[in-house]
Every structure is written in structure tokens, then in C-alpha cells.
Design a protein around this ligand. Sequence first.
Ligand code: 13P
Length: 342
Amino acid sequence: MDKQILIDTVQKLLAGDKGLLAMDESVNTCNKRLASLGIPQTEEARRSFREWIITTPGLNESISGAILFDETIRQQTKDGTSFIEVLKKAGIIPGIKVDKGAKPMAGFPGEKITEGLDGLRERLKEYVQLGARFAKWRAVITIGENTPTNACIDSNMQRLANYASLCQEAGLVPIVEPEVLMEGNHTMAQTFEVTEKVLKALFNQLYLQNIFMEGILLKPNMVIAGKNAKTQNSAYEIAEATVNCLLQSVPAAVPGIAFLSGGQSSQQASERLNAIHKYFSRKLPWVVTFSFSRAIEYPAIEIWNGEDANVEKAQKALYHRAKLNATARRGEYDAEMENDIL
Ligand code: 13P
């Protein structure tokens, strides 16, 4: 393992007040987003969507790395430039989602296990050749009446550590993403308890498998009540719970934490990231940033609506959203800035 390569990539990803853009929706998930807007679900529509994202002027002011999907890493702009080249030219580091999705876990109704370890060593080699410098694997944990089970947590965390080990061998920084889902009516306290347990299980596995802690990034959920919970908490309360939960369970040797948005609105995600920095920055031993998908792509994708004529407006909205999150990373975001868009 070349530790210096990993450290260099991590430092570039965490530089300034930038964050990551997760534009790595699988074909299925991307098609669902397009379908919800009435856009045809074709390879060309997905390519075109990704092209205007990565060619957004000034995106590199707020975005240090972009996570791509297998289809996307091989695509080109209309004028024949590979997406990887476009990103590199802009100084945005290309990354790649390498898991093959969360599938129903046999014997554990309502729970999921992420697949994708078979042949992963070879796939990673190809992604490195294509230009990727970091990778992502997402495990999902569901809070329900009888879930999550220890079996689901342990199996998923073991696989995350297997994946991280193969990535570090290949010279790719692994983003480890154990997502405790927002679906459900659980309280914020329940999310805290489950997230803490999951993160402890994850780091136990990462230690067992000799993962080089300075060469990973953690992509967790914020500690938020379920979407259907009666009580929803303030940004301050969420920030406090999130920071306390992470302090209990994430070693200081981890260089960076980049949150997923998980179905929060774009504004909520910015407000909560901002509150973490505004009120608790002194407590944070890690760099704390964002790795949002929906919370950056919306509302720009709605403005685009599949029409070339709307691309410029959509790019402005994307640029603005990314900027707001970079501002939140400094703890300087204000809801009034939502209207600053030109
Ligand atoms: P969201 O920010 O939309 O939750 O997506 C983040 C992600 O990369 C999920 O794997």
C-alpha cells in the first residue's frame, strides 16, 4: 500500500472549504429521477444530465471531487472529451461508486446487504487506469420495530472493511458510507443510538482489517429523526446530536467526514452542516464537509427538466447550491443567501 498517494488524495479532497458531489446514481436511480420530471429515461438523457453538471462554470470553487457511476466514468461530452478529462481540467478529482447496490438480505426481512466484492480487485485496477482516485461503497441500515439486527450491521460493516482494504491496495481512497436511513418514524435519540452502534461496528472492522485510518473518508448520515416522526428537531439540536454521536465513535485519526444528505431538503442540509460548524467547530478533530447528491442536484435538475434551453439556468442553480454548502462548511451560511442567485 502506498500511504502517501492516499494521504495526498485525501488532502486534496478536503482542501479549502470544498466538498464532494455525489453524481453516482445507478442507472435505475437516475432513471427514477428523470421519470419523476417526465424526462425520457435513455442513456443519452443520463449522459446529457451528467455533461451539464460537470461543465458548470466555477463548480471547482466549491467541489473538490465528483463521484461517478460505472456508466458515467466511460462517457464523453457532445464534443468528444471524456468526462474524466473535463473533471481533471477543472481540478476536480474523479471518484467511482464500486458497490453493486443494497439487496434484500436473505433471512432478514426488511434489511439489506450491499453486494459487489466479487471481482472487485480487478474492477478497481480498471477504474484507476480510467483516472479514478477514490471510491465509494454504501451500506444501508434501516431503523424499524425489529431492525437493525446485529447480523445486518456486522455483515455490512465487514464488507465495507473488505472493500476499503482492496481500495487502499489499489491506491484509491475508500469513502466508507454506512447510511442509517431517514425512512420511518423513529426519534432523533433512536437514530443516535443506532448510528453510534453502526459506527463502532464499522471502526472495529476497519481496525481488524488493518485499514490505514489516515487514508479513508467517512460518509455518514447526520443524526436526524425519521421522516415521519412527530417531532422534528432544530438545526442546532441535530448538529449537537450529530457531533456528539461522531465524537463517541469515530477515531481522530480519520482525516475527514463528508455527510450524505439522505433525503433532507437542500436548504435543511445546508442549515445543519452550517450549525455543526457555527456552534461546534472547536470540538471537531476531523475536517467536516459534505458529499451530497440530492441536496446539490436539486433544484437544478428540476430547472433543467430535460431541455437544452434550460442548461444555463440549471448550471447557475447548481453552482449556487454548491457555493451555499461551501459557505456552510465555514459556518457562514444564512437562509437569506438562498435568494442570492443571479
Ligand atoms: P444523498 O446526498 O442524495 O443522500 O446521496 C448521497 C450518496 O452518495 C448516497 O450514496
